[in-house]
Design a protein around this ligand. Sequence first.
Ligand code: ATP
Ligand code: MG
Length: 391
Amino acid sequence: MNDMFLLKQGEIVLKGLNRKSFEMKLISNVKRRLRPYGRFDVYCVQSTVYVEPADGETCDMDGAFEALKTVFGISALSRAAACEKDKDAIFETAKRYLGDEMRSAASFKVESKRSDKRFPMTSIQLSQYVGGMLAEAFPETRVDVHEPELTVNVEVRDYATYVHGPSVPGAGGMPVGSNGRAVSLLSGGIDSPVSTYMTAKRGVAVIPVHFFSFPYTSELAKEKVLTLAKQLTRWCGRLMVEIVPFTRIQEEIRDKCPEEYFTIIMRRFMMRIAERVADMNGAKALITGENLGQVASQTMEAMAATEECVSLPVLRPLVALDKEEIISIARRIGTFETSILPYEDCCTTFTPRHPRTKPRIADVIEAEKDLDIDGLVNEAVTNIERVTLEV
Ligand code: ATP
Ligand code: MG
């Protein structure tokens, strides 16, 4: 008999009428994520998702459980042990499977559910029986039905009984794809992988866009971004990364614009191109890893000038976080070590000596006047390279 998983839905349950479609999204994301680990049945009963190995299937349960910890829309998950539908088998399973938890808890209770009504005991009788036996087996742990430290859950179902104890936290958030699509500007730094993760966590399917200035930035810098994107697939699901050739735009800016506006003009081109990618993919927002006050281009004035040339909303999930907070998220999601590898980004190739920190929009537009903006944007968009990354 196979063990199984119980997944507790997160915020989805607040969604009222949309709930069904959120639930279906979650189930299809879970199924897709489990594919490498064997064939599973996945279904939902009362805001809990049940994951069981399909009939006769041997699945990689450890691998599957780890994978499910990175699926957004799950607030908590637990493994359950399966056993015969027999009161003593249930007790033996609880004793073996939750022995460590029983020994370390000061108090416990057994809570039973019975969906198979042919089972000869009521839920209360079963809880009392298993609870009594466990209390004898673990005399150091007392029964407390009101505020137990540990709850031993028993579910008598059609083909088996399941015993499960405490759950571990899930990835939280909402199922990817349940809140639309957005383009995320992904550099090789620490910040933008975190902003991409945070956006996906809110249920958004992200399309990463990277601006690449060969030979000012090396092939290795591009590989680094693809490594980061690959690491993000754990959270975001499969990703289509759009790599935009940016060299000619940067050279044009260097040759035709006043130096103190280089960065801001370059960032405006990023926004315009990202918006074009968004339009082609039905995406409704642009995401950046900008953070208030972190560098010269991240003042409120610079942000205003950066987004003035596009009409989609520019979302900045990190805007009010401290660097330390961003780093701790980067470590937790597994991108930090890659982000600190020392490859250059196109932002640093033509850095002005004295950047304008509080640019006026009219002055920026004046500074761009010798550029063929549409021509440069069209050329870059035409030459985009797409790389698909599977989880
Ligand atoms: P990061 O750590 O994400 O690189 P940063 O603090 O270095 O951020 P900037 O270099 O000013 O900040 O970039 C601000 C934001 O602009 C980035 O978070 C990212 O969203 C976007 N960006 C910068 N460079 C690129 C690039 N080469 N390709 C795609 N997006 C970029
Ligand atoms: Mg950067």
